[in-house]
Design a protein around this ligand. Sequence first.
Ligand SMILES: *Cc1c(COP(=O)(O)O)cnc(C)c1O
Length: 386
Amino acid sequence: MRKEFLVYGIPLIEEDDIAEVVDSLKSNWITKGPKTNKFEAQFAEYVGVKHAIAVNSCTAGLHLSLIAAGLGVGDEVITTPMTFAASANVIIHTGATPVFADIDPVTMNIDVNEIRKKITPRTKAIIPVHMAGHPCEMDEIMDIAREHNLFVLEDAAHAVYTKYKGKLIGSIANATAFSFYATKNLATGEGGMVTTNDDALAEKIRIMSSHGMSRNAWNRYSASGSWYYEVLYPGFKYNMTDIQAALGITQLAKLERMQGVRLEIAERFNEEFGKMPELEIPVEKDYARHAWHLYILKLNLEMLSIDRTEFIEELKKEQIGTSVHFIPVPMHPYYRDTFGFQKGDFPQAETTFERIISLPLYPKMTSQDTEDVINAVKGIVERFRR
Ligand SMILES: *Cc1c(COP(=O)(O)O)cnc(C)c1O
């Protein structure tokens, strides 16, 4: 057994990342400035989209996009129950009502047929979430949106490298929000990016990200700037800093290499776990390039004498850290009590939740770490198979 606990997720921070951050600190410009501008331009080029607006989190990016799209009281926004609470919390922050459409248990993404069932005259937007880094069925979602005149905002917190039908996520819907949180595929500690091809939307998001001001600090305080500004909207304080953007620049430069390691680990897991009938491995549909943000193993519980929670405890005894993505949002007390959700309202999300475990998967893992995870999982299955 391993001597050291294998933590569930950590970023890959190397000398180049550290040097770029130090460069920001020495430049005297530590909030949004030249590095943020550079990171935005590089990210837009990478995704192949006209506009990229750097923000301080994916949550901020989601919120700004909904505000800029004019969402508010009386509107309904459809999203998936199988996501982080932020995807739904931002809907509440606009005054609109979240409406959950159950998932396809295979991909764990929002089920397009369930979206159709949830549309009412009040529906104004859809927030699909590319779960674990596997893309949603975007053609079908965009068709529904055109039919009903809906705004589509992709939650791409897991999907910085994801492709749908050969195209990188970030330019398909009206807007897309990425996360650069510490454990995400591209990490700036905290941070996010909104991408869009819509000029007016981009302009509004940019203004709203900095108090609704007509000019940001860089425009005002740099040599070419002027002191004058006007507040056009009651905006937010959601901008990225140059310290974060420094990491964004170096992390983007090594994204391909980091993704290579993620793919290697995922393939090794698939190879071993695919042989065990007690386990169901993640799929990669023919329209998908998986970003392998998460490796979510599904347990075939009827073939095991322990449940998911006990499986996690066994892994912990073997020094393997894990997580669960996600507790379905409607099961959280606020959502359950506010909207009166009951057991059985989202049967696919609920039964999937009971059988999922996210295994460690990140570029800093060694091949020994990967083999340790494989051996621990296999050993537990062998000990507890019915
Ligand atoms: C991490 C995550 C977010 C929030 O990202 P932040 O950058 O921490 O705000 C939103 N949605 C999903 C699906 C996530 O996993």
